[in-house]
Design a protein around this ligand. Sequence first.
Ligand SMILES: O=C(O)C(=O)C[C@]1(C(=O)O)C=C[C@@H](O)C=C1
Length: 367
Amino acid sequence: MSDTHNEREQLLALRDRIDEIDATIGKLISERAGCAQKVAEVKSASTEGDVLFYRPEREAQVLRKAMERNEGPLSDEEMARLFREIMSACLALERPIKVAYLGPEGTFTQQAAQKHFGASAVAMPFSAIDEVFREVEAGAVNYGVVPVENSTEGVVSHTLDNFMNSNLKICGEVELRVHHNLMVSSVTDVKSISRIYSHGQSLAQCRKWLDAHYPKAERIAVSSNAEAARRLKGEWNAAAIAPEKAAELYDLQVVSEKIEDQPDNSTRFLIIGTQAVPASGVDKTSLLIAMRNQPGALHNLLAPFHAHDIDLTRVETRPSRSGVWTYVFFVDFTGHVDDPVIRATLDEVSARVSDLKILGSYPKAVL
Ligand SMILES: O=C(O)C(=O)C[C@]1(C(=O)O)C=C[C@@H](O)C=C1
């Protein structure tokens, strides 16, 4: 259908205006990028050794401001996402950033890496969490992205265990809404799906949906959602449950979207690196604490947090690998180690335990 004369006139005028605005935005983005280049010069001139180009606390502040300023009609998240990409490009101009993530390509961890660093960072997949840690420790990449509270791939303990033998710091966190999709290959006959591949956790998270729609199909657990998608090639009677990204990557068609039983299904990832991050204003701190197995040990450990009214966001216990009678706790709370109240609390906790390691203070996830 072709536009009427009136419509054409209106569209022409609006598009002229959009062209003008784009020209202004383009100029301003170039000016901003020029500022970032100057920032890089200042950083390089004032630092001996490794220059820290990536500044997580500043990025969090820029994104928060973009959301606070926003008056619509775009949503706050959408506005911040656009600024996320502008900053990603500016940082790449200062210094291209290399990021290792738990692969293969198409996993939720890749999505988390992109959400946090934007599209201009060079993201590289590694097949195990240990490898991501090793790459960052060796300096082969600048940062790593690993799942930590992972409702999807079930590897929380692996990430936590790695911190026991590593000096790496937590520089940030990412939260990701996790959506599952049923996808098929171009040769699949949708009516005869008799096998469904996915990671065990994802199959579990879509159990009710699968019972209702594919009660007879065999559910086959594989090592990752991306692996499930990769397997589909050439299979005419199989489907996979995986993120949308995997469909693009492996040339598959999504036949049903958002099939997870819990609509608010989300996963948390950590950014690991070597730098201590200054306070951004809204921060979290993660600790690793070792203590002997005594009656009331956990209560004793948590009492100072309670006394200082500090908001604990997570307490996780892992068996220690060294002493038989030792517990290891991972504790997350709201606040930054540079805050005197937090410092005082940690001093009190420290006096009650065998070992306390600060894994990092970092900006609370913005997006
Ligand atoms: O403010 C800085 O330190 C910058 O390098 C600029 C900038 C930005 O584009 O705003 C870019 C990269 C940093 O991670 C933070 C912010």
